[in-house]
Design a protein around this ligand. Structure first.
Ligand code: NDP
Length: 602
């Protein structure tokens, strides 16, 4: 569909009214408070199903060069880039039982990367690995994470099934004291935090969730003992069983077809339907992605980032649903730039958005046989309001006799659980097994959460400072008063749908900071003035599209319907410009962030 076919005039006004009605139907007064962290109550929902058995070890008491908090792709990339810079003792501390982060925890059936593997999997050039599928299965991605970690020798020093509980700067020794929940207290000249943004699973805060008599678990803690099978399917334990799944986001869309395949009957409890576009997953021969040529993966990844950041790139190498809709996705990014005058730009944007969403809704009608079910599967909001999803089997699943869609929008979701099952719309659905595909809390781990108290120079608390003054960083990665502490992640840096690319650029930057400080016999700490200048730049150029998120249907993108909660949190000109800015700063200004050490490092 083109803009020419898009709704206009009265049809467009009606579409706006419809979007507003649907949003109002969904906004809950309790907003983000409707959820419970998975580790609340007995903590059973958060337990690690994959830990390789009791891991008894003596507490560690020693000194390393760099402590890395988090063993997902961020921490692994930090370790790898530091190693490339010649750093020797690198200790990754990871809550899970192995490397992998989100790909360690999430092993639900049907799990696949929703970004093309050849641009999502980092360090393909360095490791010589070529993914087999355009969108790789989760286990392949997890194994790649382990491959990179091992290739750069990160396993020997790593502490698994261990959470860092505090970071304290020792002013006299000019090093960090790292404490963990396993009794470790060790020292590190530098600390890199890479704790992820969507790493803490959340549960619906409904009565009775611990009383259910059947098996119930979050998708990131899949219970294969209850379901049988593997991430590739074959869930034989569900044969003849009544199974429920709550949630139809990116995870729900992947998991529902797998559950339907093996369950006696599947009830899909939906609150807001996802937009579900064409996936067209396929095996990809190495020659089709140019693998074998030096630097092929880096070029492809840059090409994708340019397109989804609205920079234009000539040839579209990945050519998929993300790149096709890149212009609409810019609303997700602070890099959103309009051309021409505001009014005509917004009108053209809205028309393109309406055309895309009409196409998505038409796909539902074409695919789902029952008109009433089809109607309830149609998303009524703008494309960038929620993370778009892609599947060639999800909508088709609702044509099966053993699948029932239960629409819970009018009651703001499922209402309660009983010993026997789930209550939705006043009806009790007896179940043997319930899967919670209810997502993750944003920024609930690491330095943003208060779960990891950080004390810098003079004992100053990082979280107290940020609570009082808002997050304060230079480039999102270092902060005044917190020497040799480097953050990887989204706040006050750039964002992109291809998260691993941004993490890798941040890891390169972190390693360059450490290498420069080592060479100069210095500590890394930005001045208060450079922080002020950075925050002023974020605020001055902040895009004026908060209204867009404020009018969106609720979800984690807009603090459950409340708009953007934290002010100008990201670099406003997009990831490509941000990476270039970091490169230039390293060449021209890095020295300004170095202060000579009082005594050389032991
Ligand atoms: P989401 O937060 O996107 O979805 C949670 C779902 O649970 C929503 O459909 C939500 O409805 C529903 N829900 C929550 N509470 C209730 C309730 N009380 N009753 C009924 N429904 C409820 O989480 P996901 O895990 O699906 O995805 C999170 C993110 O993880 C994605 O956006 C993506 O960034 C990433 N991801 C990436 C994948 C990849 O391949 N790279 C795969 C999977 C996830 P509502 O929308 O109304 O709030």
């Amino acid at each position: 569909m083109t803009n020419a076919d898009a709704p206009a005039g009265e049809a467009l006004l009606e579409l706006r009214r419809r979007y507003r009605r649907e949003r109002e139907r969904r906004v809950r007064p309790d907003g983000p408070r409707q959820y419970l962290p998975a580790d609340s109550g007995s903590g059973a929902f958060a337990a690690d199903p994959w830990a390789p058995g009791p891991d008894r070890r003596e507490p560690v008491r020693d000194t390393v060069d760099v402590a890395v908090v988090g063993g997902g792709f961020g921490g692994i990339l930090a370790g790898a880039r530091l190693r490339q810079r010649g750093v020797r003792r690198i200790r990754v501390v990871e809550k899970g039982g192995d490397f992998g982060g989100t790909w360690y925890w999430n092993r639900y059936p049907g799990i696949r990367c929703d970004i093309e593997s050849h641009v999502y999997l980092p360090m393909l050039d360095e490791t010589g690995y070529v993914p087999e599928w355009k969108y790789a299965p989760g286990d392949e991605i997890r194994r790649h994470a382990v491959r990179v970690a091992e290739a750069f020798g990160l396993r020997d020093e790593a502490l698994f099934s261990t959470s860092v509980t505090s970071l304290e700067w020792d002013d006299a020794a000019e090093e960090w004291i790292v404490a963990t929940d396993r009794g470790d207290v060790f020292r590190a000249a530098y600390v890199v935090t890479a704790t992820g943004t969507l790493s803490e699973p959340k549960l619906p805060g409904i009565p009775g969730i611990e009383d259910f008599g059947g098996s119930v678990f979050h998708t990131s803690r899949w219970d294969y003992a209850a379901t049988g099978g593997t991430p590739d399917g074959g869930l034989t334990g569900l044969a003849g069983k009544r199974v429920g799944v709550v949630g139809t986001g990116a995870t729900g869309v992947q998991v529902v077809p797998e559950l339907a395949e093996d369950a006696g009957h599947l009830y899909v409890f939906q609150r807001t339907p996802s937009s579900v576009d064409v996936r067209a997953n396929r095996r990809t021969a190495a020659e089709h992605v140019g693998a074998g040529r030096d630097g092929w993966a880096g070029e492809r990844r840059d090409n994708f980032l340019r397109i989804v950041s609205g920079e234009g790139a000539g040839e579209d190498l990945v050519a998929d649903g993300w790149t096709a809709s890149a212009a609409l996705l810019e609303k997700l990014l602070p890099s959103f730039r309009r051309s021409g005058d505001r009014e005509s730009f917004e009108a053209a944007y809205e028309a393109a958005d309406a055309a895309k969403m009409d196409e998505i809704r038409a796909r539902v009608d074409e695919t789902v046989a029952d008109p009433d079910t089809a109607e309830r599967l149609k998303p009524w909001y703008r494309y960038a309001c929620k993370r778009p999803t892609f599947s060639d089997v999800y909508l088709q699943t609702f044509n099966r006799d053993n699948v029932t869609l239960v629409d819970t929008a009018d009651t703001h979701g499922i209402e309660r659980m009983t010993r026997a099952g789930v209550v939705a719309g006043g009806t009790e659905y007896p179940l043997d097994c319930l899967v919670l595909a209810t997502g993750f809390s944003v920024g609930a781990s690491g330095i943003h959460s208060g779960r990891l108290p950080v004390r810098g120079r003079g004992g100053a608390g990082l979280q107290d400072l940020w609570r009082a003054q808002g997050p304060r960083t230079l480039h999102g990665c270092t902060g005044n008063g917190f020497p040799n502490l480097i953050h990887l992640g989204g706040a006050q840096s750039a964002s992109s749908v291809n998260f691993t690319h941004v993490l890798d650029e941040q890891a390169v930057h972190a390693a360059a900071l450490v290498a420069a400080a080592e060479a100069a016999g210095a500590v890394v700490e930005p001045s208060r003035e450079s922080e002020d200048a950075w925050i002023a730049l974020l605020a001055a150029d902040a895009p004026d599209h908060e209204w867009f998120h404020a009018e969106c249907t609720p979800g984690y993108y807009n603090a459950e319907g409340r708009g953007r909660p934290n002010g100008p949190m990201s670099y406003p000109h997009g990831a490509v410009a941000f990476h270039e800015l970091l490169r230039r700063w390293r060449e021209e200004s890095l020295g300004e962030a170095l202060t000579p050490r009082r005594s050389p490092r032991a």
